[in-house]
Design a protein around this ligand. Structure first.
Ligand SMILES: Cc1ncc(COP(=O)(O)O)c(C=O)c1O
Length: 460
């Protein structure tokens, strides 16, 4: 009998019904610990700020606090949740490109670190702080980097066409004019390149630029005590051979990829969109960065030396996916096994893509399995679609390999569904209830992060 997070899968299903999302709290804690270990070993001035948007609940955030990490919050309720979980406001980064007036006031009152997303917002922070008689702690968020196709377009946040951050070209005049912001204490810079950044080079390019700007800031103010590299540390959805196979088979254009344009190969055979494998997954990317080399004012420097040259600033990172993704599992029930697109297999399940939104935004080839039953001699390759009334409702856009041909009523398991996936786009489309997510503690205790919607909730 298959066990999931310490209990027979059949018990979860009997008790909770399907579809169902589960999150392992011990795995979340291990993931945070892995990041803090890298910093302890290589750069003790480093610190983790968990990106709450990846998966949010006060109990989960209390565990983040217990691991000695802070948090990146980006909305009024994310901030409230972090405070409710007992996180010290001075360990909270306030991100977001449209911060509400009340949120800015709250951040100033409790002394959160405000990541100013635009010159306009900086002026607003200055005015609000002045009116409150406060001095704002501020990082300037940078964008306008030319980094090439480092990840999927929808989750690349630091390029020239970004709604986030202050374009690099606007930073030098701003640094000339710091006297215009007497109520702001400029502590340094922030860049969040995007999510699922699988190569180290973009981080090194951005970090080099931040050190250069940090030196200018230090010349103006006497110090640049904080640099924040954002999140984006990748998850290995596929091991290297499977990733190679996915690209090879997509290139063959034989229907391996449903390919509605989210990812795939362009006419020149160059992979477009995000990569599903990295040599440096999760905290290993931070290690690769700290062991890397950056160019600062034309000079190649080991990262640790470059940071030293800036008086060893605090180095913040904001991992979300790398903390929550592989802690999550999703279970759903098979409806039909049929054909689509000619000769291709299509399994339909009683769950829509809005409860597995990565598949819609990014096309991730998550790992699928059938819970029970013996293997067939030949595996069964198939696309997977959901139960909603639009054609984009595809949960597996790359053919996925199941141990056997499923049957109606079988349970499918999707791994790596802890971050964003289940809740980011969750809605009552087609008047379906949003599924529950349970947080499973190491001792078997369960926190209901989200209960299944009831009929009345559709109108709440
Ligand atoms: C400012 C900021 N920091 C961190 C993150 C977390 O990114 P990831 O989950 O890829 O680590 C995000 C994600 O959107 C973000 O916007």
């Amino acid at each position: 009998m298959t066990e999931l997070l310490g209990r027979p899968a059949a018990d979860w299903i009997a008790e909770q019904g399907l579809p169902l999302h589960l999150t392992s709290l011990p795995r979340i804690r291990e993931n945070v610990r892995a990041f803090t270990r890298v910093f302890r070993d290589l750069y003790p001035r480093g610190a983790v700020r968990y990106a709450v948007k990846a998966c949010a609940h006060p109990v989960l955030l209390a565990a983040i606090r217990a691991e000695g990490a802070g948090a990146d919050v980006a909305s009024p309720f994310e901030a409230r949740m972090a405070l409710q979980a007992g996180l010290d406001p001075r360990t909270l980064d306030l991100n977001g490109n449209c911060k509400e007036d009340e949120l800015i006031r709250e951040a100033l009152a409790s002394r959160m670190l405000i990541v100013a997303d635009s010159a306009e917002e900086l002026a607003l922070v200055e005015a609000t702080a002045r009116a409150m008689g406060r001095r704002a702690r501020v990082l300037l968020r940078l964008s306008g980097f030319h980094l090439g196709g480092v990840t999927g377009e929808a989750i690349f946040t630091a390029g020239p066409w970004s709604k986030f951050g202050i374009p690099l070209a606007e930073i030098p005049p701003l640094l000339e004019n710091l006297g215009a912001y007497p109520s702001v204490r400029f502590l340094g810079f922030h860049t969040h390149i995007g999510s699922q950044i699988t190569r180290v080079e973009p981080y090194l390019a951005v970090l080099g630029r931040m050190v250069e700007l940090g030196r200018v800031l230090r010349d103006r103010t006497g110090a640049c005590p904080v640099l924040n590299l954002g999140g984006g540390f990748p998850v290995n959805y596929l091991e290297e051979p499977a990733w190679d196979e996915l690209r090879r088979r997509t290139a063959a254009r034989d229907g391996f990829s449903w390919n509605l344009g989210l990812a795939g190969l362009d006419a020149d055979g160059v992979w477009q969109g995000e990569a599903y494998h990295s040599p440096w997954p999760k905290e290993q990317m931070v290690e690769a960065i700290l062991r890397g080399t950056v160019t600062v004012d034309g000079e190649a420097l080991p990262v640790l030396r470059a940071l030293e040259s800036l008086d060893t600033p605090e180095l913040l990172v904001e991992p979300g996916r790398a903390i929550a993704e592989d802690a999550g599992l999703t279970l759903c029930r098979v409806a039909h096994v049929r054909r689509a697109g000619g000769a291709h297999n299509l399994v339909t399940v009683e769950m829509g893509v809005l409860s597995h939104a990565d598949a819609m935004l990014e096309g991730l080839p998550n790992r699928w399995d059938i819970l029970e039953g013996p293997d067939d001699p030949e595996p069964f390759e198939t696309f997977v679609a959901g139960n909603l009334c639009f054609s984009g409702d595809l949960l597996a856009r790359f053919q996925t390999r199941l141990r056997r041909r499923p049957r109606r009523g079988d349970t499918l398991l999707i791994r790596d569904t802890g971050a964003y996936t289940a809740h980011f786009m969750a809605s009552n489309a087609n008047a379906y209830p949003r599924p529950p997510r349970l947080l499973v503690h190491g001792d078997g205790d369960v926190t209901v992060m989200k209960r299944r919607d009831r009929y009345e909730d559709l109108f709440a």
